[in-house]
Design a protein around this ligand. Structure first.
Ligand code: AMP
Length: 309
């Protein structure tokens, strides 16, 4: 890989300046994978190869792991072609240090995709995604965007709507795959697709977990071995409540989890039991109840949720 491409890769997803030379490399090949960096080159390719085919689209921010792979596999099983985007979207970060520290490893991402059967990669720069004059798509999101992730990351879901709408416009897939790990995001994407009547099927995929139940996440890369073990409390506390739920209700469960976190080294940000269809708090267990949790292990913010059924 030449120096200019390495420079490009550092800039990918975070660049705010246009690099004309890099933009001239609008498509290149890494091992067996074709990487498209411009909208025009990707659309040109898809119009040639995927005319009457089903196209699955998996948006990611890179630092790929087994959770992303499960989405890619679901798409490859269902669709003729799979497009994976790798783009660290600045508009969904409300904290610039979180954006800067977000892990990036493009070579590893490509290797993992190849080992998982391959995909078409779309890795645009910020300028390509949001050219001058770009008008972000906005919609009224209601309660789901104002609680939990929405409350602690103000503006996050506006950024999600902006980037997902733009990607769907560019890729025009028949199917798009999102993880249930980001429960509010999945609900918002479904809502957006309905609201704007977009011709795409949104497929929700189960949370992929590592040993002990820790949800696979790009942010796990930033955890020490010890923190990874301690981070098991996110899943394990929800799982324990699920196992004991005949003995107490959601309100008491919240208090118990708060206590368990006080004895741990993680800092709990929120623990909520909500109806996953309305995102209202629940006072009794129902088939729709999900336990949703966010906590910090050191500087690293971790997120999880499970169905309480
Ligand atoms: P991200 O790169 O974190 O923006 O995630 C890209 C997609 O992968 C989103 O739809 C996430 O919900 C999904 N995802 C992330 N982690 C997991 C996981 N452990 N299991 C399943 N899907 C996941």
């Amino acid at each position: 890989m030449n120096k200019t491409l390495q420079k490009y890769r550092k800039k990918s997803g975070t660049s705010t300046k246009t690099d004309s030379f890099v933009h001239s490399l609008n498509v290149y090949r890494m091992a067996k994978t074709q990487v498209f960096t411009t909208v025009a080159s990707l659309q040109n390719h898809l119009s040639e190869v995927a005319k009457k085919s089903t196209v699955g689209f998996v948006p990611t921010m890179g630092a790929l792991h087994s959770g992303h792979v499960s989405l890619v596999k679901a798409s490859s099983k269902q669709c003729d072609f799979t497009v994976v985007s790798i783009f660290v979207n600045p508009t969904q970060f409300n904290n610039s240090s979180d954006l800067e520290k977000y892990p990036r490893d493009f070579d590893k991402d490509i290797s993992l995709l190849e080992a998982s059967g391959g995909a078409i990669v779309f890795a645009p720069t910020v300028d390509e995604m949001y050219p001058e004059g770009h008008q972000p798509k906005r919609m009224e999101l209601g309660r789901v965007a104002n609680i939990m992730e929405g409350e602690f990351r103000p503006g996050h879901f506006d950024g999600v709507v902006e980037v997902v709408y733009r990607f769907l416009e560019i890729v025009n897939p028949t199917h798009t795959y999102f993880g249930e790990k980001d429960l509010q995001q999945l609900s918002i994407v479904r809502h957006m697709v309905k609201e704007f009547n977009l011709p795409v099927e949104v497929v929700g995929c189960e949370t992929h977990r590592l040993e002990g139940g820790l949800a696979a996440s790009s942010r796990n890369e930033r955890l020490t071995k010890d923190q990874k073990e301690k981070a098991l409390i996110l899943y394990q506390s929800l799982d324990r409540v699920r196992a004991e739920k005949e003995s107490y209700g959601p309100r008491e469960a919240r208090e118990k989890i708060k206590e368990w976190f006080q004895d741990s080294e993680l800092e709990l940000e929120y623990i909520e039991f909500v109806d996953a269809t309305t995102f209202e708090d629940v006072t009794e267990w129902t088939v729709h109840t999900h336990g949703c949790i966010a906590a910090f292990a050191g500087q690293v913010r971790l997120l999880d949720n499970i169905s309480m059924v």
